[in-house]
Every structure is written in C-alpha cells, then in structure tokens.
Design a protein around this ligand. Structure first.
Ligand code: NPW
Ligand code: ADP
Ligand code: K
Length: 579
C-alpha cells in the first residue's frame, strides 16, 4: 500500500526529527537520496564524459537539499552548476557546494524575470540532469516571479530538446543509424526535490505553472500531489527517501499494490461452488450498442464470477451467448448487478428492466454497479427507490464527463450552469467527494488515475492503467470486473453470515480497478508493476517509464489479460491454507 499524507503533517514530523538531530543531518540524508538518483540516471546514459548536473536553487530548505546534493555529486567527479535564484540561499548548503567545486551561477535578480530565466536557460543547455530545488513543502500558492518565468522557459527548452531528438529519430532510416538508449535519453531529465516546484495543492489540483519531473525524490512520506491527479501526472517516478519519520494521523489518500490486491481478492476453496463465488447479473447493451454486453459479461466471467447472468435485447443476447456461452440468459438469484453499459435512455424496456433489478438489489441490500446509461437515467431509476436513496452498496463508475453531468443534475455546484467536465478534471478528488456526499454511494471516478471514494473513508487512487487503456469499451471491461468483484464480496459476506460494509466493498472495488489497470499494462506489453514509490536507493534508472511506453491495445485485450493480472496479485498476496 502506498500512503500519502497532508503536507503539514509531514512537515511537523520532519521538524520533530530535525530538532533532535545534528545540524543539517536530515537535510544531508535527503540530499544524499537526490544525489544517488542523479548519479543513477547519469550512469544509465552511458556517456563517454562524466555528465553534468544543474541545480535550480530557491531560498528555503528545498534549495538547501539541492545544494548539498550537487556538493556530493561534484565530489564524485560529476560537473555541477547551481543557479542561485534567491537573495538568501541556504548558507551552509552554498558553502558545501562551493567547497566541493560546484560552479555557483548568480543571475542578477534585480533584472526582469525573462532576463533571469534566460541566464538559467543558458546554464541548463547540454546538461544531463536538472535538480529542481526551487520550492518544496514551504511553497505557498502559484509560483511567483522569477520562478514562474524560469520554469516556463526551462519547460520550453525541454520540449525543444525532445523535438530535436524526434527529428534525429526520424532521420535514422536514411542514415541506417538506430539511436541507442543513451541517445534516446539525451533530453535533460528533471529530478524534483521533494515535490515538483509549483505543485502544492493538497487535493491534487494544480494552480499555475510548474516544472514536471521525470523523477521526484520525496522526503519522509508521500505528499498528496505524488498520488492525487492531476498533480500526480507531473511527478514522474516517485522515490521515497525514508527519513525515519513516524506519522500517526490518517492518510490523505491510498493506493493499493499487488500484495494488497492479493489480500483483498476472494479465492475459491474446496467448499466453494458457483453460487458461493458470486453470481453477477448484467443489464447492458441495446439495439444501438448490441456488443457492449459482450465486454461486460466476458470481463465478469474472466474475473472469476461463479456465474454471470445477462439480460439485454435479443440481438445483444445472441452476441453475448455466442462469444461467452458460459453466460446464463435466465433470470434468477444474484449477489451483485451491473446496470447501464451501452444502455440507451430511449430503450424504455431496458430501463424498466434495470429499474426492476435495482429495486430487487436495493431491497436485499446487494451491491450494484451503475455505469454509463444508468447514470444518464439517474432520475428515472433512483426515484423509484424508497426515499430516492441509492444506498451504500451502490458503486457509480462515471468518467469526468458523466460525473459533471450527474453533479449538475444533483445541483452540486454553486455556479449557475452546472459543473463542466474540465472542472471535474481539474479537481477530481473534490468532485468525486462531492458526488459521494450527494449520493451516499461509492464513486469510481475514471481517468488516467482512477479515484475510488466512499463517504467518510480515505480515498483510494489507482494509477496502474497506461494511457493505452483509454480506448472504446475499456470502461465496459472495468464495469464487468467490478460487478464480479462485488458479487464475490457479497457472496463471501453471506457465507460468513455478516453484512458487507461499504468500506470493505470500496477496498475490493479499488482492487478491481487495480486488476483492470494491470491487465491493460500486460496487454500493452508492459511489466505488471508500474514503477512506483519505493526506497530511493534501490531503484534502477531504467525503472523510469517514459510516457507512451507499451503499444496500442483494444478492450478485449484487457479482458484476455485479466487472469494474468489476478495471478500476479495472488502471487504477491498471502499464502492461504485450509483449516
Ligand atoms: N523541514 C525539514 O525538517 C526538512 C526539510 N527538507 C526540505 O526542505 C523543504 C522545506 O523547506 P522550507 O520549509 O524552507 O520551504 P521551501 O519548500 O524551501 O520553500 C520556501 C521558499 O520558497 C519560497 N516560496 C514559497 N512559496 C513560493 C511561491 N509561490 N513562489 C516562489 N517562491 C515561493 C519562500 O520564499 P518567501 O515566501 O520566504 O519569500 C522560501 O524561500 C522540503 O520540501 C524538503 O525539500 C528536507 O531537507 C528534510 C528536512
Ligand atoms: N489516459 C488514460 N490513462 C489510463 N487509463 C485511461 C486513460 N483514459 C481513460 N482510461 C481508462 O479507460 C477506461 C475508459 O472508460 P470509459 O470512458 O467509460 O470508456 P468506454 O465507455 O468506451 O468503455 C476507464 O477505466 C479509464 O480509467
Ligand atoms: K522542488
């Protein structure tokens, strides 16, 4: 499990640590992790020369970390510059850097932000690694000048370098030259100290310009921006430098890893049979989208449901049964239902069928997954329930556009005209939380990072899916996985004679989201574990996964890889024995 905590909590824990340690002892440890990371990245470039690092240094301890880091690197024969962008940089860090032979560049800070930024850009040209030590946890609000212009210019320079690299690659067929690993990674890499400068929002929101990192070396514990979108899209690979701080307050957000999923997953034992493994009922597909049901049903079956029942129009049923003959068309008992993928609001018969199943599930306190068409038909469906309440075991799976539509419909925003998709994308945690408060349901807000939020619970955020997973039908596959997970959870609770709680269901749903993302990774040819936050000193440079790694996939590829993803989770989970 990866846990992120509020920045103020982490800062307090660090202060307590620093207060009982020798002067700059903790800072040198943090700097050591940054230096180690830079050295690894340079080593991976396979250069004939020693490599060059440029530190961008602000006025606080974040700049102090960067200064000590370049001092360490310079002592191991790496060429280092430190650009001092504050009138009062960390004095002992500066001294250490100077003593180690770091070249201190001091732009005239009385000049215009552009002039200062140009001085920075000149220093950065041709370097291998940029250390971002402008602002860390002491940052307040959007970046001020000259940092904002410096960051803008450095970003533009990095983009240019990327373009030049692209041109070199395109030329290679004529020259017969194939760029090697070192050449492909010629663009300077950005290593953020603690957090990319400019990313301060505790809820993952991003205000103003920031410097995206390839690697973020974070101190003590993960800050919210390391895991919460959209900030988390700019942190690159996160490496945790364990300073030995202890934090006893609840996390801000959590991410399940393979081992957690293995623990949360229901596995059949000798006394199990199809009914105890969970029966999933799927209402999906319409004459407009006859094949949607195929995705949901096959995904649910491959996820391990004991049985999948399917209801849909005749042509859709035929499509489902010819692809998944194991599916059962007859109605009957179920432990969880999925309503909505490919459901047309104009299909009154199907909406009526969904409403009937919803009433059955609601009366029996069974989990139900509401996706796509069921979210669009919210008013018609939910108004039929006693008190108009969907209940705690409902799981809503909107993407940002559907969440905006639902929030607007529920009157959740303060502005006239409702909530837009862009607003949800800018502050997904805020709006997922709002949606969960308005409905009392578990909300799965889908995106590159998918949030799983339940009222009063610590949110889960799962980052496994590669961008290749954003393909038509991928959400239908997810819905199928989730209904199987929910059915298994309910069946297990029934066996144990206990009520399935919302918190337990939310955790299992997060596990289902992990399986979907991991199956997409496997289908795209990526290794199952996305390089994630780990011990700063044990990670290899090649673990940095570039954007666009892997290959295109289609939704059915994800379904095919589901068993392999589950196998991976179970192998990382506990060994289970009978008795
Ligand atoms: N504490 C510890 O025990 C440990 C801390 N450690 C490290 O220290 C970091 C925290 O250091 P910190 O508290 O000095 O704050 P920091 O992030 O350097 O920022 C302050 C500077 O930024 C400036 N500034 C602020 N907002 C700004 C803006 N919007 N735009 C522009 N500038 C802005 C602000 O300027 P001022 O407002 O004062 O003029 C001031 O100069 C932490 O992230 C970690 O790296 C580790 O070594 C482990 C032990
Ligand atoms: N950029 C991305 N990176 C990773 N996963 C993505 C990305 N974009 C979309 N996804 C995932 O793809 C799925 C798309 O679901 P949805 O929008 O409902 O598509 P559909 O309705 O076509 O099935 C979701 O699980 C979402 O999390
Ligand atoms: K920083």
């Amino acid at each position: 499990m990866i846990s992120a905590f509020d920045t103020a909590t982490i800062r307090q824990a660090e202060y307590d640590l620093v207060a009982h340690a020798p002067l700059d002892h903790v800072m040198k440890k943090a700097a050591g992790a940054v230096a180690e990371t830079c050295a690894q990245l340079i080593a991976a470039r396979d250069l004939a020369r020693a490599g060059r690092v440029v530190a961008l240094v602000g006025g606080g301890d974040n700049g102090g970390d960067a200064l000590y880091a370049v001092a360490m690197l310079a002592r191991s024969a790496i060429e280092c510059d430190a650009v001092i962008l504050h009138a009062e940089p960390h004095p002992r860090g500066c001294q250490a850097a100077e003593d180690a032979g770091v070249h201190l560049v001091r732009p005239d800070l009385s000049r215009s932000p552009r002039a200062v930024a140009q001085a920075v850009a000149r220093t950065v040209i041709g370097c291998d690694v940029i250390i971002d030590g402008l602002v860390g946890t002491g940052g307040r609000g959007a970046l001020r000048e000259p940092f904002a212009t410096v960051v803008t210019l450095v970003r533009a320079g990095l983009a240019d370098a990327g373009d030049r690299l692209g041109r070199t690659r395109r030329q290679s067929p004529q020259t017969g030259h194939r760029p090697g690993t070192s050449e492909r990674s010629r663009r300077p890499l950005v290593v953020a100290v603690d957090t990319p400068s400019g990313l301060g929002g505790e809820d993952g929101s991003v205000a103003g310009v920031h410097l995206p990192a390839d690697v973020t070396v974070t101190m003590g514990a993960l800050k919210p921006q390391a895991v919460l979108p959209p900030a988390s899209y700019s942190v690159g690979q996160v490496r945790l430098c364990d300073l030995g701080v202890t934090i006893s307050t609840p996390e801000r957000a959590r991410s399940l890893g393979a081992g957690d999923v293995g623990c949360a997953w229901s596995v059949p034992g000798p006394s199990d049979h199809k009914y105890t493994r969970g029966v999933a009922q799927v209402v999906a597909g319409s004459t407009e989208y006859p094949f949607t049901g195929v995705m949901c049903v096959e995904a649910a079956a491959r996820t391990g449901a004991g049985m999948v029942r399917y209801s849909g129009p005749a042509e859709a049923s035929l499509a489902v049964l010819s692809r998944v003959p194991e599916a059962v068309g007859a109605p009957g008992r179920f432990q969880a239902c999925l309503l909505g993928p490919g459901l047309s609001e104009r299909d009154d018969a199907r909406i009526e069928q969904a409403g009937e199943l919803m009433r059955t599930a609601h009366a029996a306190n069974l989990p139900m997954v509401l996706d796509a068409g069921a979210l669009r038909a919210w008013r018609r469906l939910v108004s039929q329930l006693p008190g108009g309440e969907i209940g705690p075991l409902a799981v809503l799976t909107p993407h940002a556009g559907e969440a905006a539509m639902l929030l607007t419909h529920l009157g959740a925003g303060s502005q006239r005209g409702g909530i837009s998709r862009a607003e949800v994308e800018a502050e997904p945690l805020r709006w997922a939380t709002r949606l969960t408060e308005c409905t009392g349901a578990i909300v799965v807000l889908k995106g590159a990072a998918t949030l799983i939020v339940a009222p009063g619970e610590i949110p889960y955020v799962q980052h496994q899916a590669p961008a290749w997973a954003g393909t038509a039908g991928s959400g239908d596959v997810l819905a199928g996985i989730l209904v199987a997970v929910a059915a298994a959870a309910q069946a297990q609770s029934e066996q144990a004679g206990a009520e399935l709680t919302q918190a337990d269901l939310a955790r299992r749903i997060a596990a289902g989201v992990w399986v979907h993302g991991t199956a997409a990774r496997l289908a795209a040819g990526l290794r199952p574990d996305r390089p994630a936050a780990v011990d700063a000193l044990s990670v290899q440079a090649e673990d940095v996964e570039p954007i666009g790694a892997g290959a295109p996939i289609i939704a059915t590829d994800i379904i095919a890889a589901v068993p392999q993803a589950i196998r991976h989770a179970l192998a990382a989970g506990p060994l289970r024995y009978a008795g």
